[in-house]
Structures are given as structure tokens and as C-alpha cells.
Ligand binder design. Sequence first.
Ligand code: SF4
Length: 277
Amino acid sequence: MTPPVYPIPLTLSPSRISAYRTCPLQFRFASIEKLPEPPQIHQVKGNFVHRVLELLLANEPDNRTVEAARQAFTQAQQEYEPSARFVALGLGDDAREAFWKDSRDLVNGYYRMENPRNTKVLGLELRLDADLGKFKLGGIIDRLEHDENGDLVISDYKTGKTPPQGRGAEKMDNMHLYALLCLRTRGELPKKLRLMYLKTSTPIEIEVTQESNAACEAAAIKTFDQISESCQSGEFATHRSGLCNFCAFKKWCPEFGGDPTQAQFEAPKLYPVVSRD
Ligand code: SF4
């Protein structure tokens, strides 16, 4: 067998699996060639708000006060302001103010959804890895907890748009993979998956079943096989969608008249090298 055109990844995260499904060529640029991408404001803001909530919930339940939330916000701000990703956004004074205001609104949106004192946290920003045979699945869960019935629940904060009613389940692919990681590493399948949309204070929940878990594992292995085939042949299809407007590699995408072979030379000159999450 001829050697693969690109190295086949040995480890995949739920977000990388989802990235390949969204657009194989974008996946190649970001995850196989590991080309630099400029940080995007909505991503940095999302990471920042995650950090605030992580710091808040790391307190003992009785200490998760509004004052503790303010302190968490200040601490996260001190961490983020000098960071390379934040600096690379190049925000002027007004944009910077708007960034902090939006972030505060998102934290307030969290408070409208739940009282943090009632949350029975088992783990925050929990790194889990499991061997799925053909590859290793690894990812970080925002929050693992017990609900009021003692059932295991995975929660994930969302700072983007809330999906229309009835479309929430379509956003759960990654969450099912986190449930699979829980089963493999803790021996327990979570009962529920919850996406917490902070902008509109809307939680979306679905139940996990043995069937949904088996289907998720089969789908992940199928995606890994497709990635392996793409790496072997060097062929990564394009998938044009509304997300192309946010794609850092649009300039080199054949859908828009670009030459993908030039990205490896031009992207490092165009974009500052700032570490990904
Ligand atoms: S511009 Fe669109 S089709 Fe092209 S690589 Fe990016 S996401 Fe894929």
C-alpha cells in the first residue's frame, strides 16, 4: 500500500470529528496541516465566559455568590487581557468595552437559567480520553454533574445563537461523544445531555440511551474511516455553507477560486501563529 498523502491522526476530539463532517477541506487545513488561523472574537468571548463560569463553580456551593461571580470575572479578565489570542483580536477601546459588556450579559444569562449554589458539580473542564480501537477519542467536558435525582448529566455552555425550537437535538452530536467518553472512562453512561444557551437563558436537554450511544460510537468510527481515506488519497472534499463566511481558509478554497496547495506557504505569512484552544 502506498503511504498516505497526509498523516492519519491517532487522536480525535469531538469538535474535530464535527469539523470534518462540516467541511473536510477546512479540517485538512486546520487539523492535518495545522495552519494558523486568526482568533475570532466570538470564539475568544465564548472561551472567556467559560473560564468565568469555571472559576465561579469551582467554589463550594454556598460560596457561589454574586460577589464570587464578580471576582471570577475580574480574575478571568486579568488572565485574558494580556493573552496572545486576546491581543491578536486588535480591539480598539470601544470594541474592548463591547467585548466585556457582551461577556457580562452572557454571565447574567447564565444566572437567569440556574442558581449556581444548587449545582452538584462532579467535574469542570474535565479531560477524558478513551481508546475506540481504531483511534483515541479525547475531549474536555465543560461540566459533569448530578441532577436533583442523582442522575449523571453533561452540561455545555453555548454563547452563540439558540437553535429554533425542535432543532436542539441536531446540535447534540458532540455531546453524545462526551457521553461515550464518560461511559468508557467512568463506567457510567450519563442520563442526560444539556446545552445551556446563555444569550437567551435557554437550556436544551435530551436523554441518552444505550441505542443513541451505540449509534454515536458507530458514526464516530465511520467518520474516522472517512478521515483515514482522505489522508490516504489526499482528497478532502469541500462543503460550501454559510460557515464559509467565517472560514479562515476561504482564500485558498477551490469553491471560491483559490488554490489549496498555496495555503501552507501563505497562511503562516498572513496570520500570526496563535495557539488554538
Ligand atoms: S470556504 Fe467553505 S468550503 Fe471552503 S474550506 Fe472553508 S468551509 Fe470549506
